[in-house]
Each structure stands twice: as structure tokens, then as C-alpha cells.
Write a protein that binds this ligand. Structure first.
Ligand SMILES: *Cc1c(COP(=O)(O)O)cnc(C)c1O
Length: 406
């Protein structure tokens, strides 16, 4: 039945990524709509009381309540699982809901977790503040230091959390190395794959157990909705994550799930064009001179370029530059931009630049910021879909006005 083809993993798993992104997980109602239907409903009615009882008993297929599952959210989840190569996915209201739900489902009081220290500010909060609140101990390591990873595992380590490339310093962690180590230590690996997107990096294929996304970023990609996703195996979902999700309710709304589904249709196009643009912009910034450094994972001069080549198909859409004149010069540069917005989001069609030390990482202790390399001269640029020459001219003009000269 063609109306259900998108739901048939035997068929859809043979499709190429671009086809999966447009058609995976799709299911049509009796109306035959071409665009996925938005089921804006909290509950479901049953033909008879016996049906209601059977559905709650799990003897009859179907929906019971949108906190447990919703057809539009399910289409988004099924498409995400397909493109990630995961058995299952569950969508959440935000990326942080995905991170928090995944981590809290895996731990109990008395357990220990290991995480890379270069993390999105709120992810650091989950590891450093939330875990200890519930009696879970943690160790943070320099993600590039293999000896530190080895030394961090203990008999009570149950989970590993890492982000690669990391926000905003773009530090890269070897997913295969950490996953192998974790397996030897019976710990589950959770990878925040936001910066790489499912188009550029596949952590599950490298041995990770769980992948989390902020769908707010490239998956929506147009700055409209918040959303998140957890991808994993059926066993881990059923045993650990689903009971937490079903009873605590961090679900995505059907409307946001629908926006994300439509976003996925163009994800490959957008991410690849953003990579083209980011590479052009990074080279132009490096050629301009005057910056202490230009960091872009796709450039040959990126410190971990070999690792990037091993685990990412392209360099991504985000780069970092460092101005010599600290916060004052960084602000001058930002304020002189005419096209690129001053904004702390990433993965948007619009190019966005932010000063992490005063925004996304302002709540992180100064000593920690410095340890992570988030200094006052650091600026993060998320490259969008504008013409790269317009972006380069905007950056050149702003650099001139901020007296950043090579
Ligand atoms: C944005 C982001 C998150 C959080 O996602 P929200 O949708 O804002 O909750 C988590 N990790 C990384 C790397 C991010 O960039």
C-alpha cells in the first residue's frame, strides 16, 4: 500500500539519504494528503469501551494520549530514526529536554558519569549540577586527551556524554575511541550531534548508543520552532528511556513536529550549502589576517583535521574567530555587521554571530571559560544560506571598522 510505504523500514532503509529525508516515516490518512497531516490533538476517541481497554492493554494498535504518542510526532520520529540509522527515536520539546531525559533515564543515585568538558552551557549544567543533586558523581575530561578518558572510568560509571564538534570552541572528540572504551566498561555513550547534524556524522555507526539533537538548530533551520530528539536501540528505549518519557512528558508538540518534518525535507540541501558557504567564509577570514585564529573543522590548519576527516563527511556550518582586542573589539566587530545578525542561535538560514563569553557561556564560571578557551576575544559564527560574497563583504567591512587589520 503506497500510503504506508514511508512506514516500511524494509523498503525505506534501502533508499538514499535524500529520498529518506523527503519520504521516510510518512503515512497518509484516507484523505490522501501529499503534505504530512498535522494531528493537533491531545487525545483519541475509541469506538467502544472494549477498544479502549484493549488499547491500554497493548492488545490493539493505536493511539491513546499524545503524551505517549502522536501521529505527527511519530512521523518525525520515524524519519529521524531512518536517517540516523537508529532503531527508534522519540521527539522532545527542546534539545535540552532530549539531553536531560536521556541522561536522567540512564542513571541512579550512586552512579558515575564521564563527560567531555567542552559542552553547551546547559549540557554542562545537567552534568555538573543536576547529576550531583540526585547523588550521581561525574568526571569531566579534555575530550582530545585519550589518557584522560581512560583514567576517568570507574566500576560505577554507567554513562558517557559528549558533544562533537563542541560549542563554541569546535573541539572534536573521537567517537569510536570513546565508544570502544565505554563498551569495555559497560557504560552507555550519549552523543550530542547538533553541530555535525545527521547529514555529516553518524555516531551510532561509530559505536555510540544514544544520539541527541536540538532540532531547533539545522533540522528546523529557519529559526521558527524549538524541538529535540533522542535516537537509540529498541532495547535501551524500552528498558530505560521510555518509562521516563511517558511519565514525565517532555514531548514535542504536534505543530513543532510538523515544522521539523518539513525542515527535514531540505536538510541535506541546506547543510551542504551551509558547508560550502562556511568553507568560503573561513578561508576569506583567514586571508584577511588580523585575527589571532580562524577555527573551522573543514580547514587543513584545524588542529584536529585528521579526526574531522575520519568521522565527519564535511566541516560543518560553524566557525570561530578570535580578535586580539578582547571584548571591546569583539563588540565593535559585532556592532558593525550589517547582514549577519548578533544572535546566539545556530544552524539557521540566516548567518548569526555571537560572543560566547557574554551570552551562551556567561553563566559558566570564568575559570572554566578560560580552561575551555572561551576568552573575551572569541566569536562564533553560524554560517547561513546568504550568498557567501555578501557575508564576506559584511565581515570585511566590520573588521575594518573594528580596526582588525592583517
Ligand atoms: C542548542 C543546543 C542544545 C540545546 O537545544 P535547545 O533546543 O536550545 O534546548 C544542546 N546542545 C547543543 C550543542 C546545542 O547547540
Amino acid at each position: 500500500m503506497k500510503k504506508d510505504t514511508g512506514q516500511n523500514r524494509e523498503i525505506t532503509s534501502g533508499w538514499r539519504l535524500q529520498t529518506q529525508l523527503v519520504r521516510g516515516g510518512t503515512w497518509r490518512s484516507e484523505i490522501g494528503e501529499t503534505s504530512e497531516a498535522m494531528f493537533m490533538t491531545s487525545g483519541y476517541a475509541y469506538d467502544c469501551a472494549e477498544d479502549a481497554a484493549a488499547r491500554f492493554a497493548g492488545d490493539q494498535q493505536g493511539y491513546t494520549y499524545s503524551r505517549l504518542r502522536n501521529p505527527t510526532a511519530a512521523m518525525f520520529e520515524d524519519r529521524m530514526a531512518l536517517i540516523e540509522g537508529a532503531e527508534v527515536a522519540r521527539a522532545t520539546a527542546t534539545g535540552m529536554a532530549a539531553v536531560t531525559a536521556a541522561m536522567l533515564s540512564l542513571v541512579s543515585a550512586g552512579d558515575h558519569v564521564v563527560a567531555s568538558r567542552a559542552l553547551f552551557g546547559s549540557c554542562r549544567y545537567v552534568i555538573e549540577s543536576l547529576m550531583p543533586k540526585f547523588g550521581v558523581d561525574f568526571t569531566l575530561v579534555d575530550g582530545a586527551d585519550h589518557a584522560a578518558w581512560k583514567a576517568a572510568f570507574r566500576p560505577d560509571t554507567v554513562a558517557v556524554f559528549l558533544e562533537t564538534p563542541a560549542n563554541p570552541t569546535l573541539d572534536v572528540v573521537d567517537i569510536e575511541f570513546v565508544s570502544t572504551l565505554a563498551r569495555e566498561n559497560n557504560a552507555v555513550v550519549v552523543v550530542d550531534n547538533v553541530f555535525a547534524t545527521p547529514v555529516l556524522q553518524k555516531p551510532l555507526a561509530m559505536g555510540a548508543d544514544v544520539v541527541v539533537y536540538s532540532a531547533t538548530k539545522h533540522i528546523d533551520g529557519q529559526g521558527r520552532c524549538l524541538g529535540g530528539c533522542i535516537l537509540t536501540s529498541q532495547a535501551l528505549l524500552d528498558e530505560k528511556i521510555l518509562p521516563f518519557l511517558r511519565n514525565t512528558g517532555p514531548n514535542i508538540s504536534p505543530f513543532n513536529a510538523w515544522v521539523m518534518l518539513k525542515g527535514l525535507e531540505t536538510l541535506d540541501l541546506r547543510v551542504n550549502r551551509m558547508c560550502d558557504n562556511a568553507a568560503r567564509v573561513a578561508d576569506a577570514l583567514a586571508d584577511m589576517g588580523g585575527f589571532d585564529f580562524v577555527k573551522y573543522p573543514g580547514r587543513e590548519d584545524f588542529a584536529q583535521h585528521d579526526l574531522v576527516k575520519k568521522q565527519m563527511s564535511r566541516g560543518g556550518s560553524i566557525l570561530a574567530v578570535h580578535v586580539p582586542g578582547g571584548r571591546e573589539q569583539a563588540f565593535k566587530f559585532l556592532n558593525a555587521l550589517e547582514i549577519i545578525d548578533i544572535s546566539n542561535n545556530i544552524g539557521d538560514a540566516k548567518s548569526l554571530m555571537t560572543h560566547p563569553a557574554s551570552t551562551t557561556h556567561a553563566s559558566v564560571a570564568e575559570a572554566v571559560r578560560l580552561e575551555l578557551g572561551i576568552t573575551e576575544g572569541l566569536l562564533r559564527l553560524s554560517v547561513g544560506l546568504e550568498h557567501p560574497d555578501d557575508l564576506i563583504e559584511d565581515l570585511q567591512k566590520a573588521a575594518h571598522m573594528a580596526a582588525i587589520t592583517g
